[in-house]
Ligand binder design. Structure first.
Ligand SMILES: Cc1cc2nc3c(=O)[nH]c(=O)nc-3n(C[C@H](O)[C@H](O)[C@H](O)COP(=O)(O)OP(=O)(O)OC[C@H]3O[C@@H](n4cnc5c(N)ncnc54)[C@H](O)[C@@H]3O)c2cc1C
Length: 400
């Protein structure tokens, strides 16, 4: 969250005009309607040189991370000004070209827990999208019960020594660095974990991609054999990593619920319905049942976005947010899955393609997104785990 004071209404209007003019001069129209990207390796739609120009322009303004301090690559703006930028981008069909796991999760965590040197070294390249980061939390046997993790981290005097395995590490094969949790004390569970920053080029790291149901291999197994990590790459205190990891997961859930909204560009259901479904004389979908369910989805989606905005406003006003992140994560995941189901239903048989002739690129993309939507309720903490968190922390129910 920004530490800048909120500007008055007139200043916001001035800022809006400035943003509008700048976007008009700098956003390449060829990229209109493009979805937000999670990594620097998502497939690009539109001329690559326009993507590069757009990213450089936003990075130059610090508008990829508008609320971060200027010294770390941000623009030092207030949350309200950041909202103006996001709103103006949405108005003209522009997208945020700087978005990554480093930005969404590690950046805010380092701002809070990193030392000066760690922030100075790592935040500016994240703000300019020059460094890709992956998240090394999950292990076989340590997903929902993350604190069971076993990746061994020994203090070898002048360095840390890592041995063990991570799994489901998204984009590890394209990442420059990894933020991870490792075990520095085997005699205790939560208080024996430390938070480390690891250069993926370090000898002893072996990355093996895993193929997903939609044919894409975006995540990997990562093996660590006698990996030497410099002492200065520890964030916070030895054995203090659990607190830092938990805060990072909150940023992940918040970011994921927002990203769900951004991805909505790709599955814009109304034009899909118009193209594939029969309409009546008034231009409405002829199938009343489908029409009703589509309308209900769009209304709920709208309410969900308003709730996200309200939660952010509550945070800015310093009051306790009325909707917890875990609830938002679950609703966002359910909305995304429902959107995928509805899209497939609207498109009908044309949504059954996997590859090749007979299906348009858009139809194949839609099928792939529907399959991918299955994981929304797993990553970032599964649906059941989010419900457990809500039950314990919001409703005060006893733990299982
Ligand atoms: C697309 C994708 C990307 C991912 N990317 C990353 C990444 O980049 N980095 C990373 O570290 N991890 C990543 N993950 C891993 C993700 O965080 C884990 O998959 C998730 O935390 C669930 O852990 P698990 O897969 O081990 O399932 P398990 O923990 O084995 O759970 C299996 C099932 O049991 C349920 N369950 C488990 N415990 C309880 C309980 N106490 N009460 C009720 N139900 C329970 C779960 O909800 C789930 O339905 C990714 C996962 C996916 C699908």
């Amino acid at each position: 969250m920004s530490t800048s004071a909120a500007p008055d209404a007139e200043a916001v209007d001035d800022f809006r005009r400035e943003v509008r003019a700048w976007l008009g001069a700098n956003f390449p129209p060829s990229l209109k309607g493009h979805p937000a990207l999670l990594s620097g390796h998502d497939e690009l739609h539109g001329p690559p040189e326009d993507h590069a120009r757009w990213k450089a322009a936003i990075a130059g303004k610090g508008w990829g991370v508008p609320t971060w301090p200027v010294e770390y690559g941000g623009a030092g703006l207030s949350d309200e000004q950041a909202d103006v930028i996001a709103g103006e981008m949405e108005r003209i069909g522009a997208f945020q070209p700087i978005m990554s796991m480093g930005l969404m999760m590690l950046g805010p965590t380092l701002l809070e827990f990193g030392n000066k040197e760690q922030k100075r070294r790592h935040l500016p390249p994240i703000a300019r999208s020059e460094m890709q980061w992956c998240q090394g939390f999950s292990e076989p046997g340590a997903g929902s019960d993350l604190a069971s993790l076993r990746l061994r981290c020994e203090d070898r005097g002048d360095h840390w020594l890592l041995n063990g395995q991570k799994i489901w590490t998204s984009y590890a094969h394209h990442s420059d660095w990894c933020f991870l949790l490792a075990r520095t004390d085997t005699s205790v569970k939560h208080r024996g974990i430390s938070f480390l920053l690891v250069d993926m080029e370090t000898p002893g790291i072996d990355v093996r991609p895993i193929e997903l149901i939609n044919g894409i291999s975006h995540f990997c197994e990562v093996f660590f054999s006698d990996v030497r990590v410099p002492k200065e790459n520890l964030v916070g205190e030895v054995n203090g990593g659990w607190t830092i990891g938990k805060r990072l997961l909150q940023h992940e859930r918040t970011g994921l619920s927002r990203l769900r909204g951004a991805k909505a560009h790709v599955l814009d259901l109304v034009p899909i319905a118009r193209r594939y479904q029969e309409t009546d004389a008034d231009g409405r979908l002829a199938d009343g049942d489908l029409r009703g369910r589509l309308a209900e989805h769009l209304m709920t989606d709208h309410a969900y976005r308003l709730t996200l905005e309200r939660r952010r406003d509550e945070g800015e006003a310093g009051t306790k947010p009325t909707t917890p992140v875990s609830t938002l994560k679950n609703i966002g995941a359910a909305m995304g899955q429902q959107r995928g189901e509805l899209a497939v239903e609207l498109v009908g048989l044309n949504s059954l393609g996997w590859a090749g002739d007979g299906y348009s690129a858009e139809e194949l993309e839609l099928t792939s997104q529907w399959l991918h939507s299955k994981c929304y309720s797993i990553y970032g903490g599964s649906h059941e785990i989010q419900n457990n968190i809500t039950a314990r922390h919001e409703l005060g129910l006893p733990s299982d």
